[in-house]
Design a binder for this molecule. Structure first.
Ligand SMILES: Nc1ncnc2c1ncn2[C@@H]1O[C@H](COP(=O)(O)OP(=O)(O)OP(=O)(O)O)[C@@H](O)[C@H]1O
Ligand SMILES: [Mg+2]
Length: 243
């Protein structure tokens, strides 16, 4: 079992989109048993994958009170893909992690979940604080999407420095470009400077995930963004196998 974190310090770069699409590719293309754990109080991944779920306020209790995660896990309708949903109780997750004396809480929970799943994929909230510390201690690999812009790059470099300084021997931090628009000179330049970064194109088909309620692979499997996500998943599995 490997825990794969989709994380960036920066908001709005496509973490949730990528988490849902990769989870779908892993389950449907590679036939892995996947749990997507939505750690973000915005609950966007939960909305996309399990929108009919009645609203509860107990996601926090899994972390805080030893409520078994199995009690909250729901099926998504996608074979082999389950969801541990988020809700508003996670909006103050940083404060919660700050207050509990368990530095490896996420790690412990994901190890336990690994008995039932091949991989756990974490959709992380933005920020660099107690929640990301837990994620860094729990993940085997961290995928960090960025829009090809100077500010996204800056946020990525800051996280990389943080890992080098405070988490020696920690998980690899893997950058990738998202929302790449090759009509823009800045995007073209960024991609040319980093030809080895995976790149997912900007596509209105991706934006439809919240209204279609599913991964792009489920409704437009041959679109460039879906094909790029499938290729990215294969590269991640290869990387995990080399560990
Ligand atoms: N490749 C893409 N092409 C077009 N739109 C995209 C793409 N990836 C993401 N988006 C859109 O960008 C917006 C932000 O994406 P998303 O919610 O996945 O980002 P996030 O990093 O999870 O944000 P947050 O930090 O708020 O959790 C969404 O409206 C999403 O549909
Ligand atoms: Mg998100």
């Amino acid at each position: 079992m490997a825990t794969i974190a989709i994380y960036s310090m920066k908001g709005g770069v496509g973490k949730t989109t990528l988490a849902v699409n990769l989870a779908w590719a892993a389950a449907v293309r590679s036939k892995r048993r996947i749990l997507l754990w939505d750690l973000d109080g915005q609950a966007a991944a939960s909305f996309i994958l399990a929108h009919d779920r009645p609203a509860h306020d107990e996601a926090r209790a899994v972390i805080e009170k030893d409520v078994a995660p199995e009690k909250l896990i729901v099926e998504t309708g996608v074979p082999l893909l389950d969801l541990l949903p988020a809700d508003a109780s996670l909006r103050t997750l940083d404060t919660l992690f700050d207050g509990i004396d368990r530095k490896k809480r996420i790690r412990k929970l994901t190890e336990h979940l690994g008995q039932r799943y091949d991989h756990v994929i974490l959709d992380c909230p933005p920020g660099l604080g107690p929640t990301s510390e837990q994620v860094i201690r729990g993940a085997a690999i961290i995928l960090s999407p960025m829009i090809p812009s100077a500010l996204s790059r800056r946020a990525f470099d800051e996280v990389r420095q943080h890992l080098l300084r405070h988490h020696k021997g920690g998980p690899p931090l893997i950058p990738l470009f998202n929302m790449v628009d090759r009509r823009r000179a800045a995007h073209r330049a960024a991609v040319e400077e980093n030809p080895d970064f995976p790149a997912i194109p900007m596509a209105s088909a991706v934006e439809q995930m919240a209204t279609r309620r599913g991964a792009i692979g489920a409704y437009l499997p041959k679109s460039p963004a879906a094909v790029a996500t499938d290729a990215l998943w294969i590269a991640i599995e290869k990387r995990l196998a080399e560990r």
